[in-house]
Design a protein around this ligand. Structure first.
Ligand SMILES: Nc1ncnc2c1ncn2[C@@H]1O[C@H](COP(=O)(O)OP(=O)(O)OP(=O)(O)O)[C@@H](O)[C@H]1O
Length: 572
């Protein structure tokens, strides 16, 4: 179990080892008073036996005591710094590492995980791990180190008493080991329910308007309360199961002191040990079981955090998309060669044997019914996902061999769903190219027909948009997204339903601006309205993930039934 925590990150592992070593040093210094007490009592008993009086060396004891207190203070300070300050800064590092890792993961990972789940891993799970690493794990490793050294030292004092001191350890360890699988499973289920509750709450908040409008809000709330209610008996079960095995282990450890007392009394009566040896073992038993009892008391927290450690490792171990950082495309053609793709492993194919070429300097349109695979083709071309078989080439290079971040530099993308940040309009456009000048940003906004609505805003370009730009209309959001693409000015342009929410007049203006932007570039566009793509150089017709037509509008009207049907339907 310890391995799981220590493998969370290399720096964390080093920090925990250092803090544990300092804890062991602290404990060893703390042992010195025990030795001194032992020496004093031995001397007192000896002098009483020989002279009938107790002899003590007070000055020596005061000096030794002062030295011990000072050295304990320094060792404690060092350990404290290692435990808490390092854990807190490591906590921040782990959060940054995790966020950075997420950036490098393929979209396939993100689409399999809920956003609230990932946020909870970055914020909550790392917080839990920090607490356990700084306290229980360090305390346990340091305690075990201290015990190991104590065992070696005590063996020289008395073998039987040392064995008595550690007699309960195997039983306590067994009870602790049993606690792990019993309450571990319950905790995992609790965690899953909590995640599903937070997903539902998020969904509820995001869709409150729709739920109200459709009159379903009460039903939805009832469903939410039911899910929440399921958590209560589970939490009680978890507390009961873990409490049972934890208290067994804890009481066994406490019994260790009793075993030492009984065995010691027996040996003392038989004259096998002196009173001072008896006393030192009694003191040692309290000292040895302290860190173990502490770990045991908090075993529930350790078990809960194992789930957190697993979730962090799941993200950190997820394979990244890698590839060459040096791109040397011969041109900017996009070529699909017999491409197959399914979103889920061994799942239903979304694309089957797709082959076509979108040439540089040409407009290539993807058409087909909803769900036929148009957006999927665009996602694969920019390597948001990796195709299962066949080849996708950009400028003659297989995209699977190219580093995604370098490949993205070749693409200007206008997505169907526009994401805006809670920032100024200016900064939202600047996302397209962070090195652009103010003049370039303004020009991009003009090209994308953004000026009419930007000029009406109180601070113009410096107006702060609300969360995800909720203060803008669909068409305005889309125009901002087009402005970003203008600013990026990349050699390949992907347009996914880019003008869907724009009125016909603005659309015409944007179309002519897009023509300027895309001049000499590779353009792959998705448009449901076939009227807007009749002049494209090439139209690829998709039907249930297969290419059923490839040519110009006139060619397809003669040769492709699917295209002809789509076009006729829209013309009616
Ligand atoms: N992230 C995903 N995970 C699983 N299946 C998906 C995912 N995205 C899309 N699909 C499925 O893949 C198929 C093709 O979807 P795609 O979005 O490529 O179609 P489309 O032609 O662009 O549709 P539309 O015109 O409605 O946007 C659909 O059946 C869809 O349900």
């Amino acid at each position: 179990m310890l391995k799981k925590f220590l493998n969370v990150s290399k720096n964390t592992r080093i920090a925990v080892y250092k803090a544990s070593a300092w804890l062991a040093v602290f404990q060893l210094i703390a042992m010195v008073p025990l030795v001194m007490i032992y020496k004093c009592i031995s001397k007192m008993l000896e002098s009483y036996a020989n002279q009938g009086t107790f002899e003590t060396s007070l000055i020596l004891q005061i000096i030794a005591g002062t030295v011990i207190v000072i050295s304990m203070y320094f060792a404690y300070r060092k350990m404290y710094k290692m435990k808490y300050i390092n854990a807190a800064s490591e906590n921040l590092n782990m959060r940054m590492d995790l966020a950075d890792k997420l950036r490098r993961l393929p979209e396939s990972f993100l689409s399999k995980h809920d956003l609230s789940d990932l946020t909870s891993t970055i914020m909550d799970d790392i917080g839990i791990i920090e607490g356990v690493l700084a306290n229980q794990v360090t305390e346990f490793i340091g305690g075990m180190l201290g015990i190991l050294i104590t065992v070696c030292a005590l063996f020289f004092v008395n073998v039987k008493m040392t064995l008595a001191l550690f007699a309960v350890l195997p039983f306590a360890a067994l009870a602790m080991a049993l606690c792990d699988p019993i309450s571990g499973k319950t905790h995992q289920k609790n965690r899953d329910i909590k995640v599903s509750i937070s997903e539902r709450i998020q969904e509820y908040l995001e869709n409150i308007k729709i739920l109200k409008a459709s009159g379903n809000i009460e039903d939805y709330q009832k469903k939410l309360w039911r899910t929440m209610g399921r958590l209560v008996p589970r939490l009680v079960l978890f507390e009961f199961l873990s409490g049972m095995s934890i208290s067994t282990a804890y009481n066994l450890l406490r019994m260790g002191i009793g075993v030492v007392a009984m065995v010691g009394a027996n040996l003392l009566v038989k004259g096998e040990i002196s009173a001072s040896v008896y006393l030192i073992f009694m003191l040692a038993s309290v000292w040895v079981y302290e860190p173990l009892s502490y770990t045991c008391e908090h075993l529930g927290a350790v078990i809960s955090s194992k789930v957190a450690a697993n979730r962090i490792r799941h993200i950190m171990d997820y394979p990244e998309q890698t590839g060459s950082e040096v791109l040397a495309p011969s041109n900017y053609d996009i070529q699909f060669k017999n491409v197959d793709f399914a979103y889920k492993e061994n799942g239903e194919k979304v694309l089957s044997d797709v082959s076509f070429t979108a040439k540089q300097g040409e407009y290539t349109a993807l058409v087909g019914a909803s769900g036929s695979g148009k957006s999927t083709i665009c996602r694969l071309a920019a390597r948001f996902w990796d195709n299962d078989s066949g080849e996708i080439l950009v400028g003659g290079q297989n995209v699977k061999n190219l580093a995604p971040e370098e490949l993205f530099k070749l693409f200007s993308i206008v997505f169907q769903d526009v994401t805006l940040f809670n920032d100024t309009i200016y900064n939202n456009i600047l996302v397209g190219n962070k090195n652009a000048t103010r003049e370039q940003v303004i020009k991009a906004a003009e090209f994308a027909q953004c000026m009419p609505f930007i000029e009406k805003l109180p601070q113009g370009f410096d107006t702060v948009l609300g969360e995800n730009g909720h203060t803008l209309s669909g068409g305005e959001r889309q125009r901002l997204s087009i402005a970003r693409a203008f600013l990026k000015d990349a050699p390949i342009v992907l347009l996914d339903e880019s003008t869907a929410s724009i009125d016909p007049e603005t659309e015409t203006k944007i179309q002519s601006a897009i023509e300027k932007l895309t001049n000499g570039r590779t353009v792959l566009m998705i448009a449901h309205r076939l009227r807007s793509i009749v002049n494209c150089d090439r139209i690829i017709v998709l039907d249930e993930g297969r290419v059923v037509g490839n040519g110009t509008h006139n060619e397809l009207m003669k040769s492709c039934e699917v295209y002809k049907k789509l076009y006729t339907l829209q013309s009616e």
